[in-house]
Structures are given as C-alpha cells and as structure tokens.
Design a protein around this ligand. Structure first.
Ligand code: SAM
Length: 267
C-alpha cells in the first residue's frame, strides 16, 4: 500500500499534509475547542475534514482556509458541508484576519492541525491580528511548542517565545504521537491553546509593538553576541543597566518583561 495515499488523496509533502486519523485525538481536540453555534470558527488547513466535519455539525457556519485546490474542491462538494461551509482557497499567509472579523462582525476563534513547514511564520502572521482573535487551538510540532513555552536562559528561548508570550497565554493541551497521523510524520506533536492577553489586563503593555519587534530582532539576529554589541545601535550600556540588564549578557538571558521595558524606552 502507498503510505501517502489516504481516502483517495495523495498526501503532498510540500503542503505539510499529515492527516489526523486517531479518533481519540480528534475528539480531545474538539472538546478542548468547545465550539458554540453562533461563534466564528476558522480552520487553517482543513485537509480531508477530520476536524471540519465534526465541528461543522455543531455550527451555523464554519470558515476554512485551504491552499490545496484538490482538497478545496473535495470539501466544497462534500454533502455534509454544503449548507454551512465558507471556503477560502488561498494561502493562509495572505489572509487578512481583521477583514474577516469585520465581515462577520465578531472576534475570531482560529484552529487547525497546522502545516508544520510554515508554522513559525504563520504564528507571526497571526500575531498581527491578535486584537480580533478570541483564541487559537493548534496542533504543532513538539519542538515549536517547546519554543513557544520556553523560559529565558534556555536554548529554546528566542523571538518566537517572546512574541508569543507577549501576546498570549500559551497552554499545552495534549501530547500527540506520530501514529495519530497518516502519513506518519517523523516528529512528535503537541496541541496547544493560545489565549490573547486583553489590553486591560496585559501583563507587560508595550506602547508600540513595532519597537518590541525591532529590539528582539536586533538582539536575536546575532544570538551569541553580548547585548553590549547587538544592541549598541539602540541603547547605551547605562540604559540597559537601569532595567537590570548587564551588558555582557546575551539575548537569551533577558526576560519578556525586560524586552517590553526596553521597547518602551526606545525613542
Ligand atoms: N486538518 C487536516 C487534518 O487534521 O487531517 C489536515 C492537516 S495537514 C497537517 C495541513 C493542511 O494545511 C493540509 O490540508 C494542507 O493542504 C494545508 N495547507 C498547507 N499549506 C497551507 C497554506 N499555506 N495555506 C492554507 N492551507 C495550507
């Protein structure tokens, strides 16, 4: 049997196609999303509908974004989806989620078993629209989840950790083994929930998010350099010291809160 052929579809590696087949895992994901009929749920990469079909059955409508034309056609023709599916056959990286939220006049709940090859840039893309997102539930490669959750002074800690923890509370939900998918991937996966911090209860408010992007990019561009070297164009050593950052430290030794303080001090 060809291990890439599943339900009459030949899984495409370039689109990160590993379809969820484990019923227990599927049920766990659906109960942790806990959909309610009037909400606006958007699935990224519905594929053959492992999550789409059971969730659509509980919804007035479901929005899905699928790049693969063949899969999009299958979903459009699916008899169980014909009444409530709104399908965007496009690259999720080109989707303007603010516009979608404005169109449906509601905040968005986004979920998906993500194509692992684009998961990091996709998370950064979604952070741009965090103001119109209620929550996100994603299946991701375990290493990416480790980076999302990482604390300072660890190897996994980087820009992704800082920007994710700045924007959201990151909650791991379920560890998923490779054999829950077809074809079986080489990596382990973890399902997570991302809960955006609201402006009134933000743990470390930043006046301009672009400044936080700039400071973290500058610090992590050359991760092994001391902050004295990597941030010298932005801050004098005395300014770093004022918020408890010793200039001989490196990017990975600075907490999310300290990066936010730095961003707010940038002129
Ligand atoms: N949700 C299905 C499941 O769990 O069985 C499929 C998940 S599979 C890991 C990833 C899905 O994302 C595939 O259907 C793939 O075609 C789709 N995809 C890949 N790149 C995409 C992109 N840039 N934009 C939208 N969908 C994409």
């Amino acid at each position: 049997m060809n291990r890439r052929l599943y339900q009459g579809h030949f899984a495409k590696k370039r689109f990160g196609q590993n379809f969820l087949t484990d019923k227990f895992v599927i049920n766990q994901i659906i109960s942790s999303i806990h959909p309610s009929p009037k909400q606006i749920l958007i699935e990224i990469g519905p594929g053959l509908g492992a999550l789409t079909l059971p969730i659509a059955a509980q919804m007035d409508k479901i929005l899905v974004i699928e790049l693969d034309r063949h899969l999009a056609d299958r979903l459009n023709q699916h008899p169980q989806l014909k009444d409530n599916l709104i399908l965007y056959q496009q690259d999720v990286m080109t989707v303007n989620f603010s516009k979608l939220s404005a169109t449906f006049k509601k905040p968005l709940r986004i979920f998906g078993n993500l194509p692992y090859n684009i998961s990091t840039p996709l998370l950064f893309h979604l952070f741009k629209y965090i103001h119109c997102i209620d929550d996100m539930h994603f299946m991701l490669q375990r290493e990416v989840v480790n980076r999302l959750l990482a604390a300072p002074n660890t190897k996994a800690y980087g820009r992704l950790s800082i920007m994710a923890q700045y924007h959201c509370k990151v909650i791991p939900i379920l560890a998923v083994p490779p054999n829950a998918f077809t074809p079986i991937p080489k990596v382990y996966s973890t399902m997570i929930r991302l809960l955006p911090h609201r402006s009134f209860s933000h743990p470390y408010p930043v006046t301009d998010i672009e400044r936080l992007n700039l400071v973290t990019r500058q610090a992590f561009n050359q991760r092994r350099k001391t902050l004295h070297n990597s941030l010298c164009a932005l801050f004098a050593d005395q300014e770093l010291a004022k918020i408890g950052i010793y200039p001989k430290l490196r990017a990975e030794n600075v907490s999310v809160e300290q990066y936010c303080l730095l961003a707010n001090r940038l002129h």
